[in-house]
Design a protein around this ligand. Sequence first.
Ligand SMILES: O=C(O)CCC(=O)C(=O)O
Length: 275
Amino acid sequence: MGVVSYNITASDKETFDRDGYWISPKLLDDETIERLRAAHERIWKKDYDGAGHALHPFKLSDNPFALRKFDNGWWINDEVRDVVTDPNLGQMAAELLGEDEIRLWHDQVIYKPGASGQETNAGNVGWHQDYGYWRASSTSNMVTVWIALQDTDLHNGGMMTILGSHKWGAVEGSDTFFEQDMTKLKQRFATRDWVEEPCILKAGQASFHHALTFHGSSTNYSDSPRLSVVAHLMPGDTYYREGRASHDNVRLLGPRPQFGQRFDNEYFPLLYSKK
Ligand SMILES: O=C(O)CCC(=O)C(=O)O
């Protein structure tokens, strides 16, 4: 149960630093994968654990092919919480980012319906940089862990990353997750070498991508939904930075957030500390 322990090698870190992403070995056992798949079903039925609430209440779209996304699943689901706060995930993130401490920024539970061969872009995730949304955070040295709950490739709408794009810095207007015209976005952002790399994962494997790495995904042509659980992780001393676009997480600092205030309260659990 939980995330297996894995020590990042020098070669893994070299890959992450060079390419902006790294594919892990299988991190979840089959039982945990099944529990998370069941957790998905419960979440979409609004069967929540505890007496908690969502930061953004989820509403099912009328379009059956629309992407479903639930932020902060760990607030309302025990299985998601166990995985996205797992110390082993934190340790891998710390070693890849070269940080001593890792906290959870937030998670996402993502469901991309199968379109059974139909052409639809309703499940697309537009080319974007995660840091395009996270500029209220003091550092871009953050990482996203995208955990597959089934074998995932381009046929079922798997993610693609743009090789080495984490070296491009924070690109203006890169908060384009919800724009679904991939061609248009490519025309906008492909001002340098644009090499699309598919993240091909077996169930239980994860891709770790840097917060500045461009990524996105297209249609799930298969007959089954593509399920994932995603942890966005940050260094332990990340704080609220002045003069940057806001993010809903800033609300979690309290009614009067201060520039310089660390994201270190109970909404941002510490996963790992080397000290
Ligand atoms: O699920 C996808 O296809 C993309 C998710 C994403 O953008 C992310 O996890 O940062």
